[in-house]
Write a protein that binds this ligand. Structure first.
Ligand code: ACO
Ligand code: OAA
Length: 388
């Protein structure tokens, strides 16, 4: 009898963690036990990052010190800036981010250490640097001057400042800050699990984050927010009815990006906030993207009983904030770095190699070693038939 875990490790509990609690049936998400709705309303990205890394909310003095440390870490080695200037301008920002984080490890004084204190130092640096890399590469590829970081600004405001070269409005800063809070951690999602697997070999933080960025990039994970906006643009460009377009996609057995979730069987609590943000921002700017999104959401819910996930309304939210589509997933990474770091630190602090088993389905042992002259391509079992 097979002892294999369910396909895709659905519902498998792979390790203990004290960072993030999710009840997918009740639509509950919390960081260190504190409900995401309360955090979205009352907190800041700096404060939830402190919470994720330290296990409890900071005092005013601790938050002040933490925010200063994060702002002071806004430094990128000259060689890395030179790399960003030389990378093809057509490269996707997610590829550039993944490769630059890998490159940064070479310049990091704590590169090899997996000690808690070294991991915290590196977490400050990487959290500050990831936001900067996204903004710097975007300006370089558009032929614009790089904007120097402003240490007086919050993490969210400094990113918008470095991206746009003008001081951001309070509305834009608040919207981005809330989006960063909402995306910061989500238990053992694919990118965090990838980071923990890498960390568990006692490899370093930069390696784990490089792998995590690679995992986040995929369209079944963080890459879905860009796919949502491409869908909205395509529908708009063709002048089609959003519901009819999505109806056809479902009839063709196509997946609709931004819907469905491995853990939530009810509304993703983050989508509740992003829906509202998309609507509110749309009222002041252009309500088109929110209106189309809402039509699609109601139809997909009715037709397929699928809920919008965190990626669905972040697409219209970011577009209404004037952000380019291919920066959506990098912005997810700008937030999720806080959670990835928390998980790598937790893994290194109490490590054991993560090494599961596979349920072997190949030819039975001992399979014959057929001499070359007797082999034929007809006898090869691979690649498997599409239905297999
Ligand atoms: C930050 C994040 O990572 S949130 C998720 C972002 N990803 C997306 O939005 C991509 C679209 N969604 C999906 O592909 C999936 O819902 C996932 C990857 C999120 C979850 O995947 P799984 O738990 O493996 O579910 P799975 O893909 O097996 O789907 C189960 C059933 O629901 C259907 N389904 C799931 N999501 C969708 C969707 N977005 N559109 C249409 N049908 C869907 C599947 O076709 C499948 O139907 P079937 O049983 O008739 O074959
Ligand atoms: O938890 C997941 O599988 C995906 C997700 O929503 C996230 O990473 O935020």
């Amino acid at each position: 009898m097979s002892t294999a875990a369910p396909k895709g490790l659905q519902d498998v509990v792979a390790n203990e963690s004290s960072i993030c609690f999710i009840d997918g049936d009740k639509g509950i998400l919390s960081y260190r036990g504190i409900d995401i709705h309360e955090l979205a309303e009352k907190s800041s990205f700096e404060e939830i990052t402190y919470l994720l890394w330290n296990g409890a909310l900071p005092t005013a003095a601790e938050l002040n010190d933490f925010s200063h440390q994060l702002a002071a870490a806004r430094q990128i080695p000259d060689d890395v800036i030179a790399f960003l200037r030389n990378v093809p301008k057509t490269a996707s920002p997610m590829e550039v981010l993944r490769t630059t984080v890998s490159l940064l490890s070479i310049y990091d004084a704590d590169e090899k250490s997996t000690l808690h204190t070294a991991n915290i130092r590196k977490s400050f640096r990487l959290t500050a640097q990831i936001a900067m890399i996204v903004a710097i590469f975007d300006r370089i590829r558009k032929g614009k001057e790089i904007v120097k970081p402003d240490t007086s600004l919050s993490h969210a405001a400094n990113f918008l400042w470095m991206l746009n070269g003008e001081k951001p409005s309070e509305t834009a800063t608040k919207a981005l800050d809330v989006a960063l809070i909402l995306h910061a951690d989500h238990e053992l999602n694919a990118s965090t699990f990838a980071a923990r697997v890498i960390a568990a070999t006692l490899s370093d933080l930069h390696s784990a984050i490089t792998g995590a960025i690679g995992a986040l990039k995929g369209p079944l994970h963080g890459g879905a927010n860009e796919a949502v906006m491409h869908l909205l643009y395509d529908i708009d460009k063709a002048g089609e009815d959003p519901v009819e377009h999505v109806r056809k996609m479902l009839a063709n057995k196509e997946k609709i990006s931004g819907f469905g979730h491995r853990v939530y069987t009810t509304e993703d609590p983050r989508a509740t906030h992003l829906r509202k943000m998309s609507e509110d921002l749309g009222k002041d700017a252009n309500p088109k993207w929110y209106t189309m999104s809402r039509q699609i959401e109601l139809f997909v819910k009715e037709e397929k009983k699928l809920n919008a996930n965190v990626d669905f309304y972040s697409a219209s939210t970011y577009t209404t904030l004037g952000i380019d589509i291919d920066l959506f997933t990098p912005i997810f990474a700008i937030s999720r770095i806080s959670g990835w770091c928390a998980h790598v630190i937790e893994q290194h602090d109490d490590n054991r190699l993560i090494r599961p088993r596979a349920d072997y389905t190949g030819p039975a042992w001992p399979a014959p070693y057929v001499p070359m002259e007797q082999r034929s391509s007809q006898t090869k079992p691979y690649p498997p038939k599409p239905s297999a």
